[in-house]
Design a protein around this ligand. Sequence first.
Ligand code: MSP
Length: 511
Amino acid sequence: MNNKAYYITTPIYYVNGEPHLGTVYTSIAADVLARFYRLDGRQVTFLTGTDEHGQKVEKSAEKAGLSPQAFADQVSERFRALSKAYNLSEDIFIRTTEERHKKSAQHLWKKMSENGDIYESSFAGWYAMRDEAFYAESELIDGKAPNGAEVEWVEEPSYFFKLSDWQESLLQYYRQNPDFIAPESRRNEVMRFVENGLHDLSISRSTFNWGVPVPGNEKHVMYVWVDALANYITALGYPDSECSEFKAYWPEAIHLVGKDILRFHAVYWPAFLMAAGLTPPKRIFAHGWWTHEGQKMSKSLGNTIDPFALAECFGADQVRYFMMREIPFGGDGDFSEAALIKRTNADLANDFGNLCQRVLSFVYRNAGAKIPQPGPLTSPDQALLDQAHTLVEIVRKYAEVQALSKMCETIWVLVGEANRYIDSEQPWSLRKTDSTRMETVLYVLMNVIRHLAVVASPIIPKAASQILNFLSVPEDQRDFHALKNWELTPRTVLPEPQGVFPRIVETPKWN
Ligand code: MSP
């Protein structure tokens, strides 16, 4: 068993609007990995939360006729509700308006300042409120940010971070830690960006006040990204860098982020940390973007997806599996109702669901509703069991590099093998001719289903737990250690099984 700490984070979500498909995606991915490593005996912390300061939130609150704090309180609750809707198992849900976070962000600032990395000047340039980012004139395309966001001209006194001084240290860090940024293509992009030279970064605003006050100058609030990035260490107890949480988990962090916010995480964040005398995180993985039936999702196009309705109508496990399986983590992908239904019916209902249903209901009805008593094993029995025993090792290799779709694929290869084994062994025809052999085949299958359910449980937690209930596997024997060290006990009484993945016959109305 490996007790090493595993720290996985999602971006903290802006509370200017409701949760959407993109936010759910990162959260599911982080949840799958957190659950996987808990089952692997690791000491896990899974962090998510909300990013509540900045001009964008202030403006949205104003529109809603609420104070920024009251507005943030309200929307932040929607993100918490998302955890419930999708069975997300975060250990910490952080809010940047918490006092402990303000203290932490201010401490980080002071450390950077003591190191001589912050100076006062004035800023004149373009600012896109939508992504809370500054742009140089040369970066604009048709008067807009490169991603299409509207920009406004900003001119105000500002503190700057000496990012330009960190170019060499960053490049050296990337070279010495080739796994720091993933996927590889994104790493190359970041390296090219840094090699091209870095400009100092404006890190305070003085024309509004919804933010963390700059230590020593209350006329300024911190640039929201400085405040936001600090959340990853606040959650571990920073500024107390001697506390047990901080010592256990920093710099073990794996930050999952969307490709659009990679620069903040892979360039600014390590530079801030190094300036404050801290080590950068272990890894930053940038995932791709989802479109909806080929189109970019946006409120103005009216094609955003309500993740609550989606989970309610199709099932949280179904959406979780679909999102993890459909596109390789790191690539872009398209969401469509048809694709979701296809995956649900093919992989979940037909393949895995049927496998469980065929075996479990046959045992319940025709083999005494008890775990069968196996006789001698044949070589096909042994071959299938061996495959089941190596499943977790292969899946673990993919988890190590956040290859989430590969984790799913690997599990479903075994589902396919198990279905083929049933077809060739035909336990139902053995019932009248060779009941010992029938019991052996059923025992092998139940064992394989147990392995499948345990290893798939990080992806489909609810269904997996139901399947393990139908197999009468005790709650404390559902981890990877138990897969090696515990066996189904013949003659254990089984409850009546139910189907876990209903086929979608009629498209539900959800949007
Ligand atoms: N608050 C910042 C993050 C601060 S982290 C210190 C932020 N918030 S956000 O709410 O705007 O975005 C959160 C995440 O959602 C980002 O990782 C972004 O990539 C992701 N997505 C937004 N739309 C998306 C898709 N259509 N598809 C996939 N992910 C997308 O940025």
